[in-house]
Design a protein around this ligand. Structure first.
Ligand SMILES: C[S@@+](CC[C@H](N)C(=O)[O-])C[C@H]1O[C@@H](n2cnc3c(N)ncnc32)[C@H](O)[C@@H]1O
Length: 237
């Protein structure tokens, strides 16, 4: 599990506990539906379209042939990215703190993975017992954590990653900052865990310091309707 100088373990556990409750219970049905082709409202349709575009981009940054490569899908949710990577031949470890979402992911995964393999797990993406990887992807699974936690998490994963890490963050745009502040006005019980906007330049600089020598070749934003997320790729020297 992670600790960081800036955010002590108790704080990290508090964030993670809120997220587990949210994805495993409060938002479980909504996530289950959002991650299918079933009809959804206009707002959710824009989120679905943005998420599909983001997943396609992250997959395009990975090798086309992943035979023999190990990938960690960190915060795999209902497993769409894990399945695509396995179909390219990867040995995927797909981990999420929501047992319910992992259950759906297992059910949805095709029996024939074209030579690839997925080990599904319920737990923390930072569990050292998960082992070492060639590539790590964390799609929208760090957007609810503060910058200090994102940096500490990516640095910890970097110590176990041979080639690249791709993760997304919520870029600090005027629109996301307004949404973040409006969310604070809602009664606590109605709130989804806040998405915490992060300034791209500050995050990038902190990661240069935390992962010396790693390059950051790509940083691309996907934005449309109610979905805004930015992907950063880190490559080991
Ligand atoms: C917005 S969802 C994205 C799921 C998936 N990556 C996707 O794009 O469909 C964020 C996921 O991250 C998971 N998550 C958050 N913190 C985690 C942690 N510390 N370890 C493992 N999973 C975590 C949540 O349970 C949730 O399923």
């Amino acid at each position: 599990m992670m600790t960081s100088a800036a955010t002590p373990r108790a704080e990290w556990n508090r964030y993670r506990g809120q997220l587990e409750k949210y994805f495993d219970r409060t938002a479980f049905d909504a996530w289950k539906t959002l991650t299918t082709d079933a009809p959804v409202s206009g707002i959710r349709a824009t989120v679905r379209a943005g998420r599909t575009a983001m997943r396609d981009m992250l997959l395009a940054w990975l090798p086309g042939d992943m035979t023999g490569l190990r990938l960690l899908d960190a915060g795999c949710g209902t497993g769409a990215l894990a399945v695509e990577a396995a179909l390219r031949g990867a040995h995927v470890t797909a981990i999420d703190i929501s047992a319910q979402l992992v259950g759906i992911a297992r059910e949805r995964a095709p029996a024939d993975l074209n030579g690839g393999r997925i080990d599904w797990g319920v737990g923390d993406m930072l569990d050292p017992a998960l082992g070492e990887f060639d590539h790590v992807v964390a799609m929208d699974s760090l957007i609810h954590y503060p910058q200090a936690d994102i940096v500490a998490t990516v640095a910890a994963l970097g110590r176990r990653t041979r080639r690249s890490i791709e993760f997304t963050f919520a870029p600090r745009t005027p629109a996301l900052t307004i949404l973040h502040n409006v969310g604070k006005l809602l009664p606590r019980a109605d709130r989804a865990p806040a998405i915490i906007p992060v300034a791209a330049a500050s995050l990038s600089a902190a990661l240069v310091a935390a992962l010396p020598g790693w390059s950051q070749p790509r940083c691309e934003r996907i934005s449309g309707g109610f979905y805004t997320s930015q992907a950063l790729e880190l490559v080991r020297p």
